[in-house]
Design a protein around this ligand. Structure first.
Ligand code: 4AD
Ligand code: MG
Length: 457
């Protein structure tokens, strides 16, 4: 039996078996009290072993962190704070935990817990985090499947650099001690694929092919960026959700992004309330208000040009001066959502120079139909756009940026055969989890974070 269902029992029960890890143990004269957690829920169940147990000597030596198996009865608890407890009839140590088990204290800092990422899910906070993460992943699928979107498994190994930012992790089987050369340059013709390959930074280009076939699609999988930025919002490996809709424009895209975030906020409040409550009480006291704000208010929709004007007139002493043509810095994004509008903001129609090649060019000749969804504390949580579906402007943009159109032949093909307006976006799953739990560091919402110079686990 799992603790979660035992704690929801409607009556006593005999001869149960349960297993889990000891959170704490307290010995009295005639009894030992064990707080047992099996990961099924936040709460522990109290197990009582009396000195009459056949192997009580073993019980006396059970320590915090040990894995144990218990047989006994579920009885009403006379103690405060719990309805049910287990009266043990027998108990067995499955795996002992010597006294150097690192999780002896009640609370540990997030920094310390990162150094033991293999054990931190045994704490209340990280147990709650990763149960929420699991439920939320399922909710993402639920959201899209209910709306007729098909989950497409885009490749992890690819030859394309979707964002054109050059933040690629190379995939190779070449012998690095003896790299084959051709005219002085590395000869990737000798490599596994006969050409350069890398881990994907986004499944977008590939998913567009399925969008222009199945109409409504999404990806949900790991993406990789060799971005050398050590911030609290970047990791080198993260999960991204990328919907793509055919016969749809930027307005439809904004509607979908907003609807999705609101759906997920409501989901976590309704379906993960016990785990979420831990974050509201111990991590971020303003979390309930943040979530209410997102659920109850329409997102602001603001052209980039107006955003820059607001920033310039703000009187704020920004580190980076807001200027038309420059990307918004996170200090700017946070000013807009946290101070100026006090709610999520969708900035759209960005200058084409600061956005990727595939975005649809607006008639003004200087902006593209891009959109970023900005939220309090985090800044950008979604980046998306309407795609350039017209062959000639796309071809010209690829040339202008110095890319080789031959590398994009299949992407251009889609504009040749049955092209249609379409749009989509990428939502960073970890940033979503930060928003929903109030976690302030992205390293704490993914099981084993990958950042520059960190690959311990
Ligand atoms: O804005 P980005 O780079 O957009 C794309 O990759 C598009 N191809 C998406 C699309 O239109 N289909 O990334 C999208 C989101 C960001 O808004 C952010 O939430 C997240 O991905 N993200 C990261 N999350 C964690 N660590 C990083 N290094 C991230 N880079 C982007
Ligand atoms: Mg972006």
């Amino acid at each position: 039996m799992r603790v979660k269902s035992l704690l929801r029992a409607t009556g006593p029960a005999q001869n149960l078996e349960l297993s889990g890890w000891v959170r704490t143990k307290r010995d009295a004269k005639d009894f030992s009290f064990i707080e047992l957690n099996d990961g099924s829920c936040l709460a522990n169940i109290q197990v009582i072993a009396d000195t009459g147990l056949e192997n009580y000597a073993v019980v006396r030596h059970i320590t915090t962190g040990a894995a144990i198996r218990v047989r006994g009865d579920l009885v009403e608890s006379p103690g405060k704070g719990q309805a049910w407890e287990i009266r043990a009839a027998s108990m067995e140590v499955v795996g002992a935990a010597p006294e150097d088990y690192p999780l002896q204290k009640k609370r540990h800092s997030d920094e310390f817990l990162r150094t033991i990422a293999h054990l931190r899910p045994r704490t209340n906070k990280y147990g709650a985090m990763f149960r929420i993460r699991s439920r939320l992943a399922q909710a993402v699928h639920g959201f899209f499947q209910a709306r007729g979107f098909n989950w497409i498994h885009t490749p992890i190994i690819t030859g394309a650099d979707c964002e054109g930012a050059g933040e690629l992790f190379r995939v190779t089987t070449l012998d690095l001690q003896q790299v084959p050369k051709h005219n002085g340059a590395v000869d990737f013709g000798e490599d596994f694929f006969g050409k350069e390959a890398n881990l994907t930074v986004s499944g977008q280009l590939e998913v567009e092919a399925y969008c222009l076939s199945l109409g409504r699609v999404y990806t949900f999988g790991p993406t990789f960026r060799a971005e050398n930025s050590n911030t609290s919002r970047h990791v080198a490996e993260f999960w991204m959700i990328e919907p793509e809709m055919a016969f749809a424009d930027l307005q439809d895209n904004m509607d979908l992004g907003e609807e999705m975030i609101r759906y997920l906020v409501n989901f976590v409040r309704e379906e993960c309330s016990t785990d979420l409550d831990l974050f509201c009480r111990f991590v971020d006291k303003s979390l309930p208000a943040t979530l209410d704000n997102i659920a109850d208010n329409d997102f602001i929709r603001l052209p980039y040009t107006e955003a820059v004007e607001i920033l310039q007139k703000s009187g704020q002493n920004f580190e980076f001066k807001p200027e038309w043509g420059k990307d918004l810095q996170s200090e700017h994004e946070r000013f807009l959502t946290e101070q100026h509008f006090k709610r999520p903001v969708i900035v759209f129609d960005y200058p084409k120079e600061i956005k990727a090649f595939y975005m649809r060019q607006n008639d003004d000749g200087r902006t593209v139909a891009a959109m970023d969804v900005l939220v309090p504390s985090i800044g950008e949580i979604i980046g998306g756009s309407q795609r350039e579906e017209r062959y000639d402007p796309l071809y010209r943009r690829i040339k202008e940026l110095g890319f080789n159109p031959e590398d994009y032949w299949w992407y251009l093909d889609m504009r040749k055969y049955g092209t249609a307006p379409h749009c989509g976006f990428g939502l960073g799953f970890e940033r979503l989890l930060m928003l929903l739990t109030g976690a302030s560091n992205i390293r704490d919402v993914i099981p084993f974070p990958r950042t520059p110079n960190h690959l311990e686990f």
